[in-house]
Every structure is written in C-alpha cells, then in structure tokens.
Design a protein around this ligand. Structure first.
Ligand SMILES: [Mn+2]
Length: 362
C-alpha cells in the first residue's frame, strides 16, 4: 500500500500542493497529526505538520522532537512562538494554496496560518476522513491487537460480577483489566449499566447496585499503540426472564443479519437496514434508536464510514467499523451487542471474538 500522504493526494488531486495541520494545546491536538507522522509517542501540542505528496515536514518544540527520531521526515525545532511563526511563513511561502482540516483547527491556529500565508486556503477535512477510513497494514495489525485485548476483558466480565457492586466499581474493574492485558488506556470511560439504566445507550455509570435479574451492559475498549477497540456485551446477572431472552435474541439476530450482508460494495444504509428490519419485525419495534456502527481507528468515532440510514457511500476493503445494534425498553432495560470488523471483498473479518450467546451469571 502507498504511504498515507501519497494516498491523501490521490484523493485531493491537484486542488492543492500541501495540507497543513496546526495543533493547539491539550484537547486541541488534531489526531491527523499522529496519523500522518505515525509516531507512537509524543503529544505535539502547538506543533505544525506540512503534508505533501512525497514529503512530511514538522515544526515542533524541543520537548517533542525526540518522539520523531528515526521517522522519515523533515523536523525543525522552534524555540519559541516567534520562531515557530517565522518558520511556518518560510515553509509555506512556496505554495499558492494550502489545505487545512477545518473541524479540528482552532481559531487561534487559523489566525496563525492566515498571518503567515497569503495564498488560498481550502478545507480538506473530507479528503482526510476518506483517507483515514481505509486502514493500511500497520493500522490493521494494531487494531487486531487492540480488539483481542478488549475481547479478553469482555470474556472475563462474568467473573467480576458481585451482587451489590456499583456500576462505577465494574467500570473501574474493566479499566484495570484493560491495562493489565496490555492497553495504554481505555479508549473512553467504560459505559456500565445495570438493570433499568441499560435502556440509556450513552449512560454514565453511577451508584446503581447490581441485583439478581439485572441486565449488565458493558461498552468499552482500550488502545494499543494508540488504536482504539470498542466492544459491547450484555450479560444477565441471575436467570433471564422470557422477555429478557426475547430481547437479547432479537438484538443478536439483528447483529448477525448485518454481519451477513456486510462486504465491500455494500452501503452503510444497506447494513443498517439489515439489522433494523429484524428489530422492527419483533416486539421491540422502533427501539433501535441509534446508528448501526461507525469507523474505528485512532479515534473511537473515526469519522468515516457511518453505518446508518443516510449512509449512501459504498464500503471499501480495509475499512474498520463497529457493528452494534441495540434495543432499549424504557423502565425495563436494554441490550446492545457490538463487534469490530474489517470490511473485505467477500464479507467481514471479525476482530472481537468474545462469546455472544446470552450468558446467565449465576
Ligand atoms: Mn461504538
């Protein structure tokens, strides 16, 4: 496969000669900086990256430059803000136009570029998202390990359950297990819900205590070399009632239906419909209240593709997506089953292999 920057310019064509990523501080660091640079460490606050078809140039601080040792790129160290601005001006002077990533650029970053570059500026965010959607070999390897770690943790959840424990306690046990299995950190704070709270898809775990007969929904993931996994399993603490079994069985059937149609050339809309049709034909009609899935990579929600009723673009080989139907019954509880898969020519390769049949934790 070509380099990431060469693939980006296959999409951009001759619309511009360079894409410039300008990082702010703390949470305003653009993930695309790490994507193109490929470094395994470093934060790169206040750094800039100039992506060209055959070349990468970084302007960074003395604090971050060692994280780029051994990587094939031009690294310039700026000792202060003034030097950073003059280096940026000098490096951009050869271009008539540049591309920026508008959604992740701060207003301050935009002003810095504008003061030091007088040419045309275009938004290249769509092209960057398209480039990132198809994973290269190194990314697929990292995602596979990340998903293996999450699967192992998911399979261990039944042994973590104790009557009376809080959702927060299980969330913390899951985070701990991710670190122990080799993740650098959870991909996001684990979502854990017991019983009635499992009917809230993006719930924040609280002080609710585990009781017999509760659904236990756990949605979490970890990172491996910065690549995120995202898995959901729903268990039953105690014996399942007929209605709980029906709900679980319906969601599992919906997921299997989506997995059986997914392959390169299918649209996100078709995959979503395959799952939605199963739930809407059951007693839980209308209770699948979110999208079927999303792209996964350096971020948990990696931009493209989205598997949802509006997804008109065809999926491509090498895209990695979550497949996560759910059904939520207010006041009763919800079930979600989520796996991470690679899209292939003839189907999917499932990266998360934790058991999926309903487990009654007795
Ligand atoms: Mn997800």
């Amino acid at each position: 496969m070509k380099s990431r920057n060469a693939r980006l310019f296959d999409i951009i064509g001759d619309r511009t000669g360079a894409v410039v990523i300008v990082n702010g501080h703390d949470t305003h660091v653009d993930h695309n900086f790490r994507y193109f640079v490929g470094a395994n460490s470093g934060v790169f606050e206040g750094s800039a990256l100039i992506v060209e078809k055959r070349k990468l140039s970084v302007i960074t601080s003395p604090l971050e430059s060692s994280a780029l040792d051994g990587l094939d790129m031009d690294v310039t160290v700026a000792k202060g803000a003034g030097e950073f601005r003059s280096l940026l001006k000098e490096k951009l002077s050869g271009f008539d136009s540049i591309g920026l990533n508008f959604p992740a650029l701060t207003y301050e970053g935009y002003r810095t570029v504008r003061k030091n570059f007088k040419g045309k500026v275009i938004d290249c965010s769509e092209a960057i998202a398209q480039c990132r959607a198809v994973k290269d070999e190194q990314e697929l390897k990292r995602l596979a390990v990340s998903c293996r770690i999450a699967s192992k943790v998911a399979a261990g959840i039944p042994d973590m359950l104790k009557e009376g424990m809080t959702e927060r306690a299980l969330s913390s046990a899951i985070s701990m297990a991710l670190y122990e299995e080799g993740s650098e950190s959870p991909s996001f704070p684990p979502i854990v819900s017991f019983g009635r709270t499992s009917a809230i898809p993006h719930y924040s775990p609280g002080g609710v205590k585990l009781r017999k007969g509760n659904f236990v929904l756990a949605d979490f993931g970890g990172t491996y070399q910065r690549y995120c996994s995202d898995i959901t399993r729903t268990f039953l603490f105690g014996k399942a009632s007929a209605r709980q079994k029906d709900l679980y069985g319906t969601v599992l059937e919906a997921q299997n239906s989506a997995l059986s149609v997914l392959k390169a050339g299918v649209t996100g809309k078709q995959a979503d419909a395959a799952a939605r049709k199963v739930i809407d034909a059951s007693a839980f009609r209308g209770m699948f209240i979110h999208s079927l899935g999303h792209g996964l990579g350096l971020q948990v929600h990696d931009g493209l593709p989205i598997l949802w009723p509006k997804g008109k673009d065809k999926l491509e080989q090498g895209m990695v997506v979550t497949v996560e139907p759910g059904a939520y019954v207010p006041g009763f509880g919800g079930v979600r089953i989520e796996d991470d898969v690679v899209i292939t020519r003839n189907g999917v390769k499932v990266l998360t292999d934790a058991p999926k049949e309903l487990i009654e934790c007795l």
